[in-house]
Every structure is written in structure tokens, then in C-alpha cells.
Write a protein that binds this ligand. Structure first.
Ligand code: CO8
Length: 255
């Protein structure tokens, strides 16, 4: 692999974006590697959580501008440029973005495709595409608006300004802000906690929360209830409730 590094620690798989010379600009090559590496890991019951991270200076400074620049509209349309990112968003194992430095354009959009965004104090978020004569193209106008509301999304997307980790936390984009030197350890600890639970419940939980962004309340509640019912077919449900009754720690198996 040329553009990413992958490490496994028990049930947690950490992916580090690694194109330091271009601040982890998200090229087609990087996307292909990411999806090819993560798809089989996603299906592996031994994978309980992904952590996606970058460098201290940049989570990712956006889609690769130099790759996009020469393309024509017809080429963009024919390739359905960026459609491949849907495969990343569709991974069903919980994903944590551990963000330090720049998370701009596609970088911010990649973070928003994750289930939890943990930010170091240096993290900077923004959708500066307007400065390039375009608009966000990997979900920024949609996910950012759903996550932080129209007022803040319009402000960021129309001015191209950046926001700090603290502002992003206040806006509801970021789950937690931690000191930069604690980012890796905190992300690992959160991931280990998520991965310690039964994977079917974790997958169902994130899927149901995602639904809240997509459908009306009645449909969402029904989806949640049906998923809840379905989890009563799992050994983890019997084990989790028996362990509570017996006042002991549960031993989840993902079955
Ligand atoms: N793509 C390609 N190369 C990049 C990118 C990028 N997004 N960002 C940085 N680089 C490269 C720079 O060109 C530079 O390379 P070189 O050394 O060869 O000149 C190297 O990384 C280091 O960058 P800088 O020297 O600029 O570092 P600074 O610390 O001075 O500045 C910034 C850092 C502020 C992050 C600055 O690099 C910057 O503004 N980057 C671009 C940010 C941006 O605009 N991102 C949005 C990209 S567009 C997008 O993500 C979605 C597009 C949707 C299009 C829809 C089409 C369908």
C-alpha cells in the first residue's frame, strides 16, 4: 500500500492516511486502497472498530486538487468522480475519525462519513471549495447541513472559512476535543470500548442513528424498533442480559 498504513490492535483497526507531501490529499489511488483494504476487514467479525487518522499537521487537506484540475465535466460525469466514497461511508463497522490539523474539503467530508469525530485541539474544519470555483462534492452540503444546521453550514460553505475544534464541538460536528498529545490514546480507548461490545449490536446502533439523518421520525422509529427486535435473535442479547442479572461482566461473541 502506498497511501495508507494499517495496524491492528486486538479488535481495533487503525488506518493512517499517508501522503505527507500533499497533506493527505485524497486521490483516487488513496480511495481505492482504502476501500480495498477495509472491505474485507469490515466483514471480519474480528474487527470491532476502525480508527481513521492522518498526521499531526493534516487529517486530510481535501480531494486532490492537482488530480481534479485537468478533468472535463464529461470525464467527471462518466467516471462518476467521488462516487467511490459511498463505499467507504457504507462500511458497517463503527468508524472513528481522529482528527489533528487540517480537515478541509474532502477531509472534512471524510470525517463526517465516520460515526464519531474526535478532534485534537489543533484540528481545523472547513469546506473551502468555493475558493476553487466549485462546491463540496463528497457530501459536504448534505452531511454538514444535517450535522450542524443551515446557519453554520451556509456560513462555512459560502465563505470558505475554517472553524476550530472548539467551534466544531459547539456546533455538534465533533464528539469530543482532546489535547493533541492525547488524540491517539483517546481514539484507541474509545475504539476499544466500542469494539468490546457485540458487533451485531454496534452495527445495528450506528445504522439506526444514520437512519435518523435520512428518514422521517415515524420511519426511523420503526426501523429502530425492528432492529431492536432482531437483536433478540443474538446470543449477545442473552449473554448481556444474563450477565446483568448475575452481576458479572458480559462476554460478547458477536453471535
Ligand atoms: N490537493 C492537492 N495538493 C494539496 C492539497 C490538495 N487538496 N492541499 C495541499 N496540497 C499540497 C500543496 O500543493 C503543497 O504541495 P507543494 O509542496 O508541491 O506545493 C503541499 O500540499 C503543502 O501544502 P501548502 O504548501 O499549501 O501548505 P500550507 O501549510 O501553506 O497550507 C493549506 C495548508 C491551508 C491546507 C493549503 O494547502 C490549502 O489551502 N489546501 C487546499 C485546501 C482545499 O481547498 N481543499 C478542498 C479541496 S476540493 C475538495 O475537497 C472537494 C472538491 C469537490 C469538487 C466536486 C467535483 C465533483
Amino acid at each position: 500500500m502506498n497511501f495508507i498504513k494499517i495496524e491492528r490492535q486486538d479488535r481495533v483497526v487503525t488506518v493512517t492516511l499517508h501522503r505527507p507531501e500533499v497533506l493527505n490529499a485524497l486521490s483516487s489511488g488513496l480511495l481505492a486502497e482504502l476501500v480495498e483494504a477495509l472491505r474485507p476487514l469490515d466483514r471480519d467479525p474480528g474487527t470491532g472498530c476502525f480508527v481513521i487518522t492522518g498526521s499531526e499537521r493534516a487529517f486530510a487537506a481535501g480531494a486532490d486538487i492537482k488530480e481534479m484540475e485537468p478533468k472535463t465535466s464529461v470525464e467527471m460525469f462518466a467516471e462518476d468522480y467521488f462516487a467511490g466514497w459511498d463505499a467507504f461511508a457504507a462500511l458497517r463497522t463503527p468508524k472513528i475519525a481522529a482528527v489533528s490539523g487540517y480537515a478541509l474539503g474532502g477531509g472534512c467530508e471524510l470525517a463526517m462519513m465516520c460515526d464519531i469525530i474526535l478532534a485534537g485541539e489543533s484540528a481545523t474544519f472547513g469546506q473551502p471549495e468555493i475558493k476553487l470555483g466549485v462546491i463540496p462534492g463528497i457530501g459536504g452540503t448534505q452531511r454538514l447541513t444535517k450535522l450542524v444546521g443551515k446557519a453554520k453550514a451556509m456560513d462555512l460553505i459560502l465563505t470558505g472559512r475554517t472553524m476550530s475544534a472548539q467551534e466544531a464541538e459547539r456546533a455538534g460536528l465533533v464528539s469530543r476535543v482532546v489535547p493533541d498529545d492525547r488524540l491517539t490514546a483517546e481514539a484507541a480507548a474509545i475504539a476499544a470500548t466500542v469494539a468490546s461490545y457485540g458487533k451485531p449490536a454496534a452495527m445495528a446502533a450506528r445504522e439506526a442513528v444514520e437512519r435518523a439523518l435520512e428518514v422521517g421520525l415515524r420511519e426511523g422509529l420503526l426501523f429502530e424498533r425492528r432492529s431492536f427486535h432482531a437483536l433478540f435473535a443474538t446470543e449477545d442479547q442473552s449473554e448481556g442480559m444474563a450477565a446483568f442479572r448475575e452481576k458479572r461482566a458480559p462476554r460478547f461473541t458477536g453471535r
